[in-house]
Design a protein around this ligand. Structure first.
Ligand SMILES: Cc1cc2nc3c(=O)[nH]c(=O)nc-3n(C[C@H](O)[C@H](O)[C@H](O)COP(=O)(O)OP(=O)(O)OC[C@H]3O[C@@H](n4cnc5c(N)ncnc54)[C@H](O)[C@@H]3O)c2cc1C
Length: 560
């Protein structure tokens, strides 16, 4: 097995991983390992924008941003982490602007800001409706400029940990099928979310929760996995995202009776209430038979914007509706339904992005620091990737200062290689079939509305699927670009993520943010102002609870 040595390894080349790499590479030999080319990372799909309290169109400041974030999180976010996010994001945007990212501007040259769900001011900076694409390409230029080594199209499969200390990473070079052992003093996991656990999702096929699962298997604490964000507006069938920017620019939602139903659910914020509230409102309309033609969707009406504004502010939305739903959004309504969108839970870290394992840091969507709590506000995730990506890179640099290069965990690495080789035997179970069953059960039983018996059933089904997975095989025996093998490994990661989500959903007997239990419909601050922490110890998941850090704003009823 080839041994590759660097000071710091970063797994993932989305915005979080790239930002971490930029910081870490200033004074260390840093390398990124990514299963896709960096600019194909899911960050590139981000449309609507990034929140920062520049106050260019309003009297905004970091405290108001922090308040909206804490309230949006249904008071589950750790408020000292929220403070770090909201205080630092303006500098990070100025930095990426100076790197060359082209944001939309006002006539006087200051950054334009649009309203987004749950924000009390227009706070979202944007580059049309392709903000992630703009930011990702800009950061990638910086990686090239700084000669950061990128191992692209390498799939990491496991983290080597001994005595609760990180030692190395095992990865497969997808181009050759060869495995290699990456040895480094620290690792930063930035592998994104696990949207593909669900049948309906806006996430790309790469979002399979690999880092969360690898860290969990290695013994790290994983936090709040029951909090899964569903997005209100995705195209029917494909579930391609129609950005919140569409509602921010003035679009509204209509049921089969041509009624703008959000007026009844959130009289003041209406379509710009936080996502969890809009999603449940849509789902309630559908369940009450007011979906369009009795179906599982409602209308998103952008016709009042006029084609000029649509072309200027939402060209991608216009094109997506045209190409994937055959709708001319300037003339007709777009059929939309809710789908999974974001993973609020993840690898538990402190405010310095350090996990419960020494030398293992995490940032971005795979981490739970936690700034989003029970419900993320649109535009806050891109903000998190920049702020905490940089912190992770800087912290890793500090950590490795006192560290020598670790020895090689040969036995563990050989075991992992064996596990992968084992997938090549012809098992009875088919990977695509198992994945489909998993995605169906999670959508049906651990989706927008949950209850005790559904959660129990989801957990039981995932455990059964896990057993069946041990009998799954890869039919294609070629080693070169074996996507069957890749998907088989990813299914293993998905199953862990699903188990954590179902377990959390079953445990949390209250409703908060995105987690809605029809059998416990109220928020219960007395018993549940806590994070759900699950760690794999002594061969089984162990659950603990950790109080939420309330430093700025006392929890109050959440009205919009
Ligand atoms: C369609 C869409 C639109 C969005 N719009 C917005 C928006 O407007 N505003 C906002 O704030 N947020 C938005 N979000 C959310 C936001 O884009 C993401 O949360 C954020 O970009 C995640 O960044 P990341 O760096 O953590 O992960 P990602 O960008 O998902 O990158 C993950 C990286 O990890 C790598 N990786 C994963 N597993 C492995 C493995 N096993 N081995 C090697 N590499 C691996 C991948 O190759 C990839 O490079 C949107 C999300 C979606 C899906």
């Amino acid at each position: 097995m080839e041994i590759i040595t660097h000071d710091i390894i970063i797994i993932g080349a989305g915005l979080a991983g790239q930002m971490a790499a930029l910081a870490a590479s200033q004074s260390s030999d840093t390398a990124i390992v990514s299963k896709v080319h960096p600019i194909r990372s899911h960050s590139g799909a981000a449309q609507g924008g990034i929140n920062a309290s520049f106050g260019n169109v309003s009297d905004d400041d970091w405290e108001k941003h922090a308040f909206d974030t804490a309230k949006g999180s249904d008071y589950l976010a750790d408020q000292d982490a929220v403070e770090i996010l909201c205080k630092n994001i303006t500098s990070r945007i100025v930095e990426i602007d100076h790197f060359g990212a082209i944001f939309d501007r006002m006539p006087d040259g200051r950054l334009a800001q649009r309203p987004f769900g749950g924000g009390s001011f227009p706070r979202t900076c944007y580059a049309g409706d392709a903000t992630g694409h703009e930011m990702l390409n800009t950061l990638y230029e910086q990686l090239i400029k700084n000669n950061v080594r990128v191992y692209e199209e390498w799939l990491t499969t496991s983290l080597m940990v001994e005595n609760n200390e990180y030692k190395g990473v095992l990865a497969i070079n997808l181009k050759t099928g060869e495995t290699a052992y990456f040895r480094s003093k620290a690792v930063i996991v930035a592998t994104g979310g696990c949207g593909r656990v669900f049948e309906r999702t806006t996430n790309s096929h790469q979002s399979t929760g690999d880092g969360i699962s690898m860290a969990y298997r290695a013994g790290a604490q994983v936090c709040d996995m029951e909090f899964v964000q569903f997005h209100p507006t995705t195209l029917v069938g494909t579930n391609i995202l129609i950005s919140e920017a569409a509602r921010g620019e003035g679009g509204f939602l209509m049921n089969s009776e041509n009624k703008r139903f959000m007026e009844s659910y959130a009289p003041s914020a209406k379509e710009l209430a936080p996502r969890d509230i809009v999603v449940r409102s849509i789902q309630t309309e559908i369940e009450k038979g007011r979906g369009i033609s009795g179906g599982e969707f409602v209308w998103l009406d952008l016709t009042s914007l006029g084609s000029e504004k649509l072309m200027e502010k939402l060209p991608q939305v216009y094109k997506l509706a045209k190409d994937f739903a055959n709708v001319d959004a300037a003339q007709d309504c777009i059929p939309v339904q809710s789908a999974q969108h974001y993973t609020m839970g993840g690898i538990r870290t402190n405010n310095n992005c350090e996990s419960s394992i020494k030398g293992l840091l995490a940032c971005g969507e795979c981490a739970c620091v936690s700034v989003h709590g029970a419900n993320r506000l649109g535009g806050n995730s891109l903000a998190e990737t920049l702020v905490f990506g940089k912190i992770a890179g800087e912290r890793a640099l500090e950590y490795i200062r006192k560290k020598g290069t670790p020895g090689i965990q040969r036995e563990a690495a050989e075991k992992e290689e064996e596990r992968i080789n084992h997938l090549f035997r012809s098992g009875d179970e088919s990977v695509p079939e198992l994945r489909k069953e998993l995605q169906n059960i999670m959508w049906e039983r651990a989706g927008i509305f949950r209850n005790e018996s559904d959660s129990r059933e989801a957990l039981k089904a995932v455990k059964t699927l896990k057993k069946r997975y041990s009998n799954a095989g890869v039919k294609d025996s070629c080693r070169i670009f074996n996507t069957d093998l890749m998907q088989a490994i990813e299914l293993g990661f998905l199953l862990d993520n699903a188990e954590l989500i179902a377990q959390g959903a079953l445990l949390r007997r209250e409703s908060r943010g995105s987690h809605f239990r029809t059998d416990f419909p109220q928020r219960d601050d007395k018993n549940w102002l806590t994070h759900t922490i699950i760690a794999f110890k002594d061969g089984k998941p162990q659950v603990t609870f950790e109080p939420v850090r309330i430093t700025l704003f006392k929890p109050e009823a959440r009205k919009y």
